[in-house]
Design a protein around this ligand. Structure first.
Ligand code: SF4
Ligand code: SF4
Length: 301
């Protein structure tokens, strides 16, 4: 059988923030959502995109010399470079790392070989592998093949997901997970569409069904003032979690504006619609509301 191939943004060892123990996080490319605050815009698509960091560029033109389209070295001015084939030849030619590929392709077997050195840490710490993204379920076939192999190897698997997936398609993968981190970004349907580009109805339905099936779930809320940090949304989110999960738990992830430079490097306009990070007092207030709804606050950070 052909070894299934996937596209990943990054594979990060030694994480202690993404589940129990020491974990390797695999960031999958591709996502059906377009959250306005997204910190990983290079993960939107399954097509390779070139990140260009002008502060590291020597204007040596080595990139232009190998480019099949003869695009200028300065991608900040060369708009065509933002929609090029993504062949990556310029990245290989660049001597300073001013150019970077957004993703790379791996097979299941290659991914497993990257993980081999980590198995000892997984065993000693109770850790394993965490699938993240982008949205890891966007590449269902690869995820299914990889998770089946790791399951057979007895490695713990955890998923971080938007919850926006077709449950019947993804169910075999979910059954192999020891823990699911699922986001509730907003309870209001219209606001959810405005801020993420998709409806939240299927996300909330998936959480209900997985809760009823007894899956171990932690709900994550990216706490963003001006988007979802108001008392009413926090209370509604917590009430939903209490009502539908047998062991109701929420992790709050206070928003930080980490992704802005990546937008610049990708040539994407970064539009902040007036949202901001919460203050410590605002985080405490949200925690108090969640507690008052009888939901436990957990932290993996
Ligand atoms: S990825 Fe390929 S086509 Fe795009 S700028 Fe680099 S060399 Fe040119
Ligand atoms: S090869 Fe790298 S350093 Fe040289 S001009 Fe291109 S981006 Fe700049």
């Amino acid at each position: 059988m052909m070894d299934s191939k996937g596209k990943i943004l990054q594979l990060q060892h030694y994480s202690v923030n993404d589940g129990d123990g020491i974990r390797t996080v695999i960031f999958f490319a591709g996502c059906p959502l377009r959250c306005k605050w997204c910190a990983n815009p290079e993960g939107y698509s399954l097509k390779n995109r070139i990140l260009y960091d002008s502060s590291r560029c020597l204007a040596c033109n080595a990139c232009s010399a190998v480019c099949p389209d003869r695009l200028s070295y300065d991608l900040d001015k060369e708009q065509a470079g933002r929609d090029c084939s993504g062949c990556g030849m310029c990245v290989t030619a660049c001597p300073t790392g001013a150019r970077r590929n957004s993703l790379y392709e791996v097979t299941v077997e290659e991914t497993i070989s990257f993980l081999e050195s980590q198995v000892i840490f997984f065993e000693q710490s109770g850790g394993g592998v965490t699938y993240s993204g982008g949205e890891c379920t966007f590449q269902t076939e690869f995820l299914c093949a990889l998770s089946r192999k790791l399951y057979d190897m007895g490695i713990s698997q955890v998923m971080e997901t938007s919850g926006y997936f077709d449950l019947d398609t993804v169910r075999p993968v979910l059954e192999r997970m020891d823990l699911l981190f699922i986001d509730i970004k907003l309870m209001d349907r219209e606001k959810h569409k405005y801020y993420t580009g998709v409806d939240n109805a299927s996300i909330l339905e998936n959480i209900k069904l997985l809760g009823a099936a007894g899956k171990r779930i932690v709900i994550r809320i990216p706490l963003i003032m001006g988007v979802n940090g108001d008392d009413s949304n926090i209370r509604k989110s917590a009430a939903f979690v209490r009502q539908h999960l047998p062991n109701p738990q929420i992790e709050l992830l206070p928003y930080h504006e980490y992704g802005a430079d990546k937008y610049r490097q990708l040539g994407i306009l970064y539009k902040n619609d007036g949202f901001r990070s919460p203050t410590p007092e605002e985080v405490k207030k949200a925690e108090d509301i969640i507690h008052s709804e009888d939901v436990k606050i957990v932290s993996y950070k």
